[in-house]
Design a protein around this ligand. Structure first.
Ligand code: SF4
Ligand code: SF4
Length: 723
């Protein structure tokens, strides 16, 4: 087309992009080191599932499929862009197997045309979302809109170029010797065809008659456009061809250069972000020492400054697409708290971008914040400075945000890391947590009940302790709420009774058991948590717990023992009581016989479902009960709403908002019009009980799966929950 213009555009476009990409790379390297390159197979598998098949995108079907089309369209059209750049130097250029004379070239040409149209339509879906529907979850920025329109215009320019090219070629081949001349001379025949549209005057049997453009299977969009523009003069066709060509070429380069400065940076960073995702169990919090070099390099515990995030966290910030799916499902956002996970990420990202040069320069000088007086702006305290403490304390650690995020951005680890700094460095946290911490230190449970009463719940049940029966096959790990809370104690008793009925050889730790430290850890008091972890691991290992099964009714204890104690030398086979009971039912060791003619709805605990993928076992146990009908709320399984207790919320006042999380969740469950609500977590049970009181529905039974099962297994004997 024009080699000089093409060369200038390519050098400028790619040169500027390389500079921007280098800046972003340097900024990412400001973050502390973290190894995210192990287990290559698993990482490639994740890329296949989340980046190529875009599993999470499909949770919003229309936007999801439109995005998939654009993604695959871009892959196909990448080759087309390379070809067009080549044609800037030589218009006949195409990669040899992709010329339209080759079958492969024709297939590619067909694909290219189909995707150009599909990408055009897919982009229009997002134009609709941004300009007409104006979805509140999305950031309706001008920049986002510009990018979408660039995509739309790029596709139009591409087919215009093709259409004009085909039409011009047809003219040229139809009029040998007069090719491209705008007007043919010759005798005028009033019957000549196309004279009005084409401006050509030809004899009836002129070759032009045979050259009329027909639909070509391998250039469907191009040939349709060619038919539409064939009436233009050659000059006009040339003009369209040039406009289409240069518009496409220029927009591709403009698009490329906008990426590092916009939310569309995810076009480049999404695949690396998915590849470098955390492969540890979901929601497992890393010990502070896990982030390589953080303790050595920094004087603070937890995260105070932006450069104390790892490079992977910075890649998370780059990758956020601002789609708002995280906030859409966040219980804090939906109940009017200050926390919106999307804005948490965007606020940190904006701060990072604002200080990119200073941060990179400071890193080059060795990093650190050793100067006296106020720190420089780029090293300022993030809490208060960028993130309101209320935002941090509103999180329930439910992971609904992480479950929804299509590019696998994590939240809970960042929020807890910032809480760690607040608690351990600044000593700032909600007052009620102070009480819980003190009770934990003094009585090994967050309520301050006497440690020696930890096994009182079992009175009259003839449950042995491991000290008396060290060879027991199963350890029933009780947990604080199930040991002390009057309502939860009934669940513990029901579970123990069911295990006895099934002939399970089990024992408890009794007063040797201490809080797992979940509350302390989620609240940011890592040192207190580590104290419990070390003590409990020591006790459990003394009884050979690594060779036994541990059963627990508390999903928080389950998560701790199964996933987080490994870092402290505790490697156990932990089973949630609903899984254990479902297994006993499957083996015929428990037989529910009494009908329970109730419509029951089940509330999924976050730490059981989203954290540990246990959705079926409680449902199987419930469905084994004759007469019981299970009804699912609209928000269930991995989209179930949090009860509001996790992340240490149970031990503090809820942050200010429009309504309480437990009230919102209870309403969702009540919408199924149930006869009873079932749950499988002592924290959820407490929150839903309060939620029912809030709704004036104290009359509605709120039972654990074990209690309902015991009622049926006991054939007529009422459970303690009813007594
Ligand atoms: S973990 Fe739950 S509460 Fe916390 S930000 Fe994510 S969705 Fe919101
Ligand atoms: S964090 Fe993920 S879900 Fe939330 S806005 Fe960003 S890309 Fe979307």
């Amino acid at each position: 087309m024009n080699p000089i213009v093409m060369a200038v555009l390519l050098i400028l476009g790619w040169g500027l992009f390389a500079y921007s990409a280098w800046r972003r790379w340097k900024l990412m390297m400001v973050g502390v080191a973290e190894d995210r390159f192990d287990r290559v197979g698993a990482r490639l598998g994740a890329v296949w599932t989340y980046a190529i098949k875009q599993l999470r995108m499909r949770r919003y079907p229309l936007a999801g499929y439109a995005h998939m089309i654009i993604f695959f369209g871009f892959l196909v059209l990448l080759l087309r862009s390379l070809m067009l750049w080549g044609r800037g130097f030589d218009e006949s250029f195409s990669f040899w197997i992709f010329g339209t004379e080759q079958i492969l070239g024709r297939i590619y040409s067909l694909l290219k045309d189909v995707f150009a149209v599909l990408v055009f339509l897919g982009a229009l879906v997002f134009v609709y979302y941004r300009m007409i529907a104006r979805l509140p979850r999305m950031t309706l920025s001008t920049e986002g809109l510009i990018i979408i329109w660039i995509i739309v215009v790029m596709m139009v320019a591409d087919v215009l170029y093709d259409g004009a090219f085909i039409a011009r070629d047809a003219h040229a081949s139809a009029i040998p010797g007069v090719a491209l001349a705008p007007v043919m001379t010759g005798p005028v025949d009033p019957d000549a065809f196309d004279t009005k549209e084409t401006g050509y005057v030809v004899e009836p049997d002129s070759p032009l008659k045979r050259s009329r453009i027909s639909f070509t299977w391998y250039e469907p969009a191009g040939s349709v456009v060619a038919m539409m523009v064939q009436g233009l003069s050659d000059g006009a066709l040339n003009c369209v061809r040039h406009v289409g060509f240069w518009t496409h070429v220029a927009l591709v380069l403009i698009f490329l250069n906008l990426l590092p400065y916009s939310k569309h940076f995810h076009v480049i960073t999404a695949i690396p972000n998915v590849y470098t995702q955390n492969l540890k169990p979901p929601g497992r919090l890393p010990p502070i020492e896990d982030i390589e070099g953080r303790l050595e390099r920094e004087e603070t515990l937890g995260i105070k400054r932006i450069d104390q995030f790892s490079w992977k966290s910075i890649l998370d910030f780059y990758t956020c697409t601002e789609c708002g799916r995280c906030s859409d499902h966040c219980p804090a956002t939906s109940t009017g708290k200050k926390l919106s996970p999307k804005h948490f990420t965007l606020d940190l990202r904006d701060f990072l971008y604002k200080h990119d040069k200073a941060l990179v320069a400071a890193k080059a000088l060795g990093g650190g914040d050793s100067c006296e007086g106020d720190p420089p702006e780029h090293y300022k305290d993030l809490v208060d400075g960028v993130i309101d403490p209320e935002v941090l304390w509103a999180c329930t650690s439910c992971r609904a945000c992480e479950q929804e995020c299509p590019v696998l951005i994590s939240y809970v680890d960042k929020i807890v890391d910032m809480r760690r700094y607040l608690v351990q460095e600044r000593g700032e946290f909600p007052n009620e947590l102070q009480t819980a911490f003190r009770c934990l230190e003094a009585s090994f449970n967050p309520w301050g009940f006497p440690a020696e009463e930890r096994a009182k719940w079992a009175e009259g049940l003839n449950v042995q302790t491991l000290a008396d029966h060290p060879d027991a096959e199963v350890i029933l790990w009780v947990g604080c709420a199930p040991a002390y809370d009057d309502r939860a104690k009934k669940v513990t008793r029901a579970t123990a009774q069911l295990m006895q009925k099934a002939g399970v050889d089990f024992a408890i730790l009794g007063t040797e058991e201490q809080c797992t430290g979940d509350v302390a850890r989620r609240a940011g008091n890592e040192y207190l948590f580590q104290m419990f972890a070390q003590q409990n691991v020591e006790t459990l290992n003394r009884y050979g717990a690594d060779t036994k099964k541990i059963v627990t009714t508390c999903p928080h204890c389950y998560n701790m023992l199964q996933h987080e104690y490994g870092d402290f030398g505790g490697h156990y086979h932990v089973i949630h009581h609903t899984t254990f009971l479902a297994d006993l039912l499957a083996k015929g060791r428990l037989e529910p016989t009494k009908r329970v003619d109730k419509k029951v709805t089940f509330h999924d605990s976050c730490y059981l479902g989203r954290y540990n993928d246990i959705y079926e076992a409680p449902r199987e146990a419930l469905e084994s009960i004759p007469g019981l009908t299970l009804v699912e709320p609209a928000e269930s399984r991995d989209r179930g709403m949090c009860c509001g207790a996790g992340g240490a919320q149970m031990f503090k006042e809820e942050e200010p908002g429009d309504q309480r999380v437990n009230a919102a969740r209870t309403q969702q469950l009540l919408n199924t019009n149930p006869d009873a609500i079932a749950s499988a977590c002592p924290f959820c049970m407490r929150m839903l009980t309060d939620g029912l009181a809030d709704k004036g529905r104290e009359d509605l039974p709120q039972l654990d799966v074990a209690e309902i099962l015991l009622e049926s297994v006991e054939a007529g004997q009422p459970t303690e929950a009813h007594t």
